[in-house]
Design a binder for this molecule. Sequence first.
Ligand code: HEM
Length: 502
Amino acid sequence: MQQVGVIPSSSSHPAAGDSVLTGDGAPFPFPYHIFLLLLLIAPIVHTYRGHKRLERRPLSVRLVKILSRMRYRIYSLIYNAIINCAKPTLSINIFPRKVLVTDPSMESTLSRHTSETSLANVMFLIGRRVFGLSDETINAIGSYDPRPVHVGEFSSASNVRALLAQVSATASQKLRSQPDVQEAELGPWLFKLTSSSVASALWGPESPWVVDEEFQTQFMEISGSQMTLLRPFSRYTAQAAHKARAFIVDRLRSFHVKNRDSRLRQIAHRINAVVLSDPNWESNKDYFNVELLTSLGLLVTPSSMAVWMIRHLLMRPDLFDRVAKEARDPNALDAEGNIDVARIRESFPFLAACLYETLRLHMTAIPRLAKADFDVAVPNSQPIHLKSGDLIYLAMSSFNRDTTTWGSDASIFSPDKFLTDSGRLSASMVRKLRVFGVAGNLCPGRKLGFETILFVVANMLRDFDIENPREGEDYPEPRTEDGFGIGFERCANEITVRLRRV
Ligand code: HEM
């Protein structure tokens, strides 16, 4: 689940050169054509993402960048307004397809249509440009339902236990090998720690996420910039993403060649759509493109949520101290003095509450593509007819930020709402969340993802003090990246922390 930039229809905007009214009613010609031209140029020039350059850039470049940021901010405002206004559905025609945005009241109706809609089929819209997939592979992805395979691999109790054992081995080893004191950018450090831990369970402990620092850096790059590949002339306008994609696919190929036998035993291989559809999968170049697609789907959500959680906690020292106290409580450890991943929810209820609160605030919306024509019943209204290829947008955030459910402070990080009076996790509050899916479809990796984050963060807080190297200064508020949160939001601003081993 990633961020995507979509340019909304401008049909509701005044035409270029139309006059607008000033406060006293006198018309004046607003230079829309120049404004429009700048808006159009902005995405082409705006290839910047997450790189720091020290030299001061010329005014023209800075201006274009500011406009580009404004464009994203305006579009994300519109996008969020659309999501929060769907009552109970909002249907937008973006020729040739219809986009249906739904609110919570439509959940039970839509859960009757899970077999006619699919998340994987969204590849018909972006697979070629974002992942370089061929039409054959896109059709193969669209022609079977991956859900039974995913549930089989990720959801059974014994599989989750085995996967978590590998996750915890990798996370513990990575934390042990950290220097006693270091200054690091928190986001990349924690993102890499979490993604490498999950990857070690799905691709194996020798996979490049675990052993190859440069690969991890490029993976972080593509995880933030993959949707820039949808830009016009993306070879020129999304160079960083192109470079990262080529690098990753290349390294995955050489990793596969060197570790072929162990690779074939890994889950990542068994769930690969090319393996499932092409007997000659090994000579099919899309095998590695699908590996990239899978890794972005499975590794990025838990890693981004771990980062959001710590950022929220650092803004609230009172909550941070409670979590750190819980993580260091000797009673929560097993007989060897380690954190027992199998009992992690029970041992660390406040940390789990903080994670639910993080997911509540940052999981956004899920797109699904209609696989066939069907009618959606709408209460007190005509049914909406959807055609194969239309897009349905299920807004999780409209559940999760609803003030009638969560109170007037619904937009504030306040994890105690997930605890009972006796300090346990409140099952009834957790049930109100929509963070692992909506309308009859649930994430098959939810237990693995949730408990991985708890394990990584609990160990980090147990082993390290987190200090602000800018003594006397407060951390900046975490900011949400502009654009459109498909699935989840990403944190836009970075902080440097000093990690000191306890
Ligand atoms: C905290 C971490 C995670 C969160 C919040 C999360 C959330 C989600 C959501 C919202 C969906 C869409 C469900 C829908 O269609 O309504 C999804 C789908 C999916 N997730 Fe997760 N996920 C997480 C971690 C993981 C992990 C670690 C794995 C695998 C090991 C995983 C595997 C999948 C798969 C395979 C799908 C696609 C299911 C389908 O095709 O319908 N997720 N996830």
